[in-house]
Design a protein around this ligand. Structure first.
Ligand code: ATP
Ligand code: MG
Length: 756
């Protein structure tokens, strides 16, 4: 039966209840993990609806992921005992901004059917612009320019607002010109990138007070989860909208700010009281999620951070399991041990879906996936390298994008000669030149040019045929279901045949993926609705939202806000976690952000948190010996136990216990290769772990194994993060000489390249 009105208030503690019912005026709930912040937001939403203080369409609620939005929608209807198919303004910053932008697109020179570009398209477009500007594209790569532009957008800076002084003179002084040209091109393409969604909203609100006033009148209540991870642009957007009713409630935790690398500013949360005068601040201290050991371990770890507000957390759930730390031989051993643990859990009558494996880097997932497939353990990957980023899926999407938006030149470029239709690079360049000079889309230019003799022979007939195909498919749009149309397009274009003819081992998988794509489309009523969903959804998994009993595999970043009874935390090694990159790039701030990430990881666990480190890890193709993460040392010993495959070792100091467990793990893996790192570890194992060696700036030093020969040979093609692609011309131990395509000849360590 339906719960009594107001039943959602029952069971809340006094502070939570206060936060739920204080709906007028600005409110900040600043509290640690698992204290019920998200629950407070959900109940607040239910409270507002239940008391008729606003219609569903008058509440703006921002969550961090689409999944969180779905969950909140579901919870609210549960609390109210009725379905709330309403709540049209519950979603992520991006999805809400996209919706607003579709309504007012013309105010920023777009049409409402604009395409949302992904990174791939973005890079392609930037490449063209950098070339056209005659800039050294080795030094100023498209990827680098894309990150600069993103950073500007995250700060709310349009080209017109960027400070043209020193700071923005990137790319031979042409940084701003590139940014401006890029924005102009996007307009011509009737496209927006991710950063544009909010930025265009800002422009619209700032230049059109009447439009802003409409939203002021509309949104009577504003609610924001995970406020500590908002960037400047999101913050400005919120502040503009909140000026209307002033009823803005944000919840967050400074210790869980983990998106600094993407422009998030934890200061936003610290500044809330001064931004919204008269704001009420509520702190929650009781944690309802985790056991005492888990909470104490996480709190002890985060206390090593200097830059934090500090807060008290307690739980009534005393005792429980200590956090375990296990040393293993390598990644396959890690996957094996964890999967055995999961099977044990399951055989005790618990569910697979109780379990999450949280990794620092998505490349760690592969060994788990391989193991799970091998033993048939059901799992799903959340976030990470996604289904929708695969080549065949992108190609198929490009066909569909072009269908609904004939000015989408990037889509046109992607498919015009895929499959091969005999349209070469020269023809495409001609088309591009013509499009530029006529100021029209590539498709229009193609239609014009193929009437002339500029393009001849096979290219001309193919291009004409391609345009006729497009006409025919577009005409069919209204006459059949979009999934059937999509299948027909993939067939008639020769695209599926292309993969059938391809003898590569992966082709069969690609054809399966295309089938799965049609499946995914089937959940939507129209092609535009599907495409909109795709460009926004960050956390789609292959299960298509079907609830199944599966282990979740994801990055720590995408685990934010979630909870699981059993959490595995593999890969706690120096260089892996904390990640070398974040320490190199951001020093102490980077390290503190890594530590917050570790805090997020441990606090996802309700009953058990299990940490692992491997003595050997393959980094971009070569083996490296590794040292346990400094975070392991920072865990309070009283709440930690050392374990190995053969059981627990629960006396003495943490480091010593872990070391002895590690020794056992070695005994159990004797057959494996012996690395120098392992030998060193054996010699030192009775001492404390100590820390990884550091350079003068306090960064851990990466140590390639000495005297080892490289895994690469002369002639291998490799990829290097900084220098790009190149061929190995000489090897000397683990030192490689590589002729990079763009960066020229360089000496690099083989641990820093991967096979390409
Ligand atoms: P995070 O910082 O990780 O996002 P949070 O502060 O948002 O955590 P919630 O996810 O809202 O915390 O709550 C954590 C868990 O505690 C949930 O399972 C929630 O249902 C439960 N919980 C919260 N408040 C109460 C309460 N008053 N009584 C019982 N359980 C509660
Ligand atoms: Mg939460």
């Amino acid at each position: 039966g339906a719960p009594a009105a107001g039943a959602y208030l029952e069971g809340l503690n006094p502070e939570q209840r206060d936060a739920v019912v204080s709906v007028e005026g600005p409110l900040l709930v600043l509290a640690g993990a698992g204290t019920g912040k998200t629950r407070v937001l959900t109940c607040r939403l239910a409270h507002i609806l239940n008391n008729g203080m606003a219609y569903p369409s008058q509440i703006l609620s921002v969550t961090f992921t689409n999944k969180a939005a779905r969950e909140m929608r579901h919870r609210v209807s549960e609390l109210l005992g009725q379905t709330t198919e309403g709540l049209p303004w519950l979603g992520t910053f991006h999805s809400i901004a996209a919706k607003i932008l579709r309504i007012h697109a013309e105010l920023v020179g777009l049409k409402s059917n604009f395409t949302i570009l992904d990174t791939d398209d973005q890079i392609r477009l930037l490449k063209q612009i950098i070339k056209a500007e005659n800039i050294d594209d080795k030094k100023w790569t498209a990827r680098y320019m894309a990150s600069l532009i993103d950073a500007w957008k995250n700060k709310g800076l349009t080209p017109g607002k960027c400070d043209p002084s020193e700071k923005y003179k990137f790319a031979e002084g042409k940084g701003l010109i590139i940014y401006k040209t890029y924005q102009d091109r996007l307009k011509v393409l009737n496209a927006a990138d991710f950063g544009d969604l909010l930025l265009h909203n800002l422009t619209i609100f700032q230049n059109n007070p009447d439009v802003l006033a409409r939203y002021h009148a509309k949104f009577r209540y504003i609610l924001v989860d995970e406020y500590q991870d908002t960037n400047v642009c999101q913050y400005l957007w919120l502040r503009l909208l909140a000026q209307g009713s002033n009823n803005v409630c944000v919840v967050g935790d400074d210790d869980q700010s983990i998106y600094g690398w993407r422009g998030a500013e934890v200061d936003n949360i610290l500044r809330f009281e001064s931004d919204f005068p008269g704001a009420k601040v509520i702190r929650l201290e009781r944690n309802y999620r985790s056991t005492e050991h888990i909470l104490a371990a996480a709190s002890g770890l985060i206390s090593s951070n200097k830059d934090r507000l500090g807060k008290t957390l307690w739980t009534e759930d005393d005792g429980g399991h200590k956090v375990s730390v296990t040393g293993v031989w390598d990644a396959p051993a890690e996957a094996r041990i964890i999967s055995t643990d999961i099977e044990n859990w399951y055989s005790k009558g618990r569910k697979y879906s109780d379990v999450a494996i949280l990794v620092r880097a998505s490349r760690q997932m592969r060994s788990f996936e391989e193991r799970f497939i091998q033993i048939g353990l059901p799992y799903k990957v959340i976030g990470g390298p996604r289904f929708f980023e695969r080549q065949e899926i992108r190609d198929a999407h490009a066909y569909m994008r072009l269908l609904v938006n004939d000015t989408d030149d990037l889509a046109f470029e992607r498919v015009v000669n895929t499959p091969k239709r005999g349209i070469g690079a020269t023809s495409i360049q001609k088309l591009q030149r013509a499009a530029r000079s006529m100021g029209v889309s590539l498709e229009t230019a193609t239609r014009e040019l193929t009437k002339t003799d500029e393009i001849r022979g096979k290219a001309r007939s193919s291009l004409r045929a391609f345009c006729l195909d497009l006409d025919r498919w577009r005409a069919m749009q209204g006459t059949m279901r979009h999934t059937n149309l999509a299948e027909q397009i993939l067939d008639e274009s020769g695209y599926t045949q292309m993969w059938r003819d391809n003898k590569d081992a992966k082709s069969a998988g690609r054809l399966e993926n295309l089938k799965e794509l049609i499946q995914a489309m089937n959940e939507f009523d129209t092609l535009p609705a599907y495409l909109e969903h795709i460009s926004l959804v960050m956390d789609v998994d292959k299960s298509n939202g079907v609830e199944e009993d599966q282990v979740s595999l994801m990055t720590l970043h995408s685990a934010k806000g979630l909870e699981f009874p059993l959490v595995f935390l593999p890969g706690w090694e120096e260089g892996m976690f904390p990640s070398q990159k974040s320490m190199d790039e951001s020093g102490m701030a980077g390290l503190e952000e890594e530590r917050r990430l570790a805090y997020v990881g441990i606090t996802r666990a309700r009953e058990q948190a299990k940490i692992y480190f491997a003595a050997n890890r393959q980094v971009y193709g070569s083996w490296q010996s590794s040292l346990p993460s400094r975070f392991i040392d920072e865990l309070p010993p009283a709440h930690v136990e050392a374990a190995s495959e053969s059981g627990l070792h629960d006396s003495g100091a943490v480091a010593e216990r872990v070391a002895s467990s590690f020794a056992r793990s070695f005994e159990e893996n004797k057959s494996g290769p012996v690395s120098p790192g392992w030998q060193r570890f054996q010699q030192n194992k009775t001492k404390s772990f100590g820390r990884a060696p550091k350079d003068i700036e306090g960064h851990a030093v990466r140590r390639p194994a000495k005297g080892k020969s490289s895994n690469y040979n002369k002639g291998d093609r490799v990829f290097h993060q900084k220098f790009g692609y190149g061929l190995v011309t000489e090897t000397d131990g683990t030192k490689l000489t590589v002729a990079f395509e763009k960066a020229g000849e360089k000496k690099v360590l083989d641990g820093f390249v991967e096979r390409a």
